[in-house]
Design a protein around this ligand. Structure first.
Ligand code: RB5
Length: 147
């Protein structure tokens, strides 16, 4: 699968390890930075990965910051993105089955590397269930939000 990945400085080491795992699993990984532990602004990387997914350049996106919160808030402002902040495999699986999440947000200061790897593996391997969930997903998209 074509996967775009990004992080800020807090998520840099976790992102590097996740990238290695994804490549070993056979995924086509595009790393949109950051490229060191020097301090950067997470919205820049959230936007880069989210736009890649929204434009169809990647099937899914993975974002890592300290908590995953800043990444998820930013990613969910990009039209077409359904970003899920996950700290365990159950919510990661459900975010695919019921919400068709196309961006996964992770917190490297919250979740250990082993769990991060299990979350990403499960999230990428789980298909959207569709059916009644498709109607709900359609209703959550920005173009369909009623004021
Ligand atoms: C960086 O210190 C931290 O604020 C960032 O990684 C993230 O946790 C923001 O939501």
């Amino acid at each position: 699968m074509k996967v775009a990945i990004g992080s800020d400085h807090a998520g840099f080491e976790a992102k590097e390890a996740l990238k290695r795992m994804l490549i070993e699993q056979g995924h086509d990984v595009e790393d949109l930075g950051t490229n060191s532990s020097a301090s950067v602004d997470y919205p820049d990387f959230a936007q880069a990965v989210s736009h890649r997914v929204a434009d169809g350049g990647a099937a899914r996106g993975v974002l890592v910051c300290g908590t995953g919160i800043g990444m998820s808030i930013t990613a969910n402002k990009v039209p077409g993105i359904r970003a899920a902040l996950c700290q365990d495999e159950y919510t990661a699986r459900m975010s695919r089955l019921h919400n068709d999440a196309n961006v996964l947000c992770l917190g490297s200061r919250v979740t250990g590397q082993g769990v991060l790897e299990a979350i990403v593996t499960t999230w990428l391997a789980t298909d959207f269930e569709g059916g009644r969930h498709q109607r709900r997903v359609d209703k959550m998209m920005l173009s369909n939000i009623e004021r």
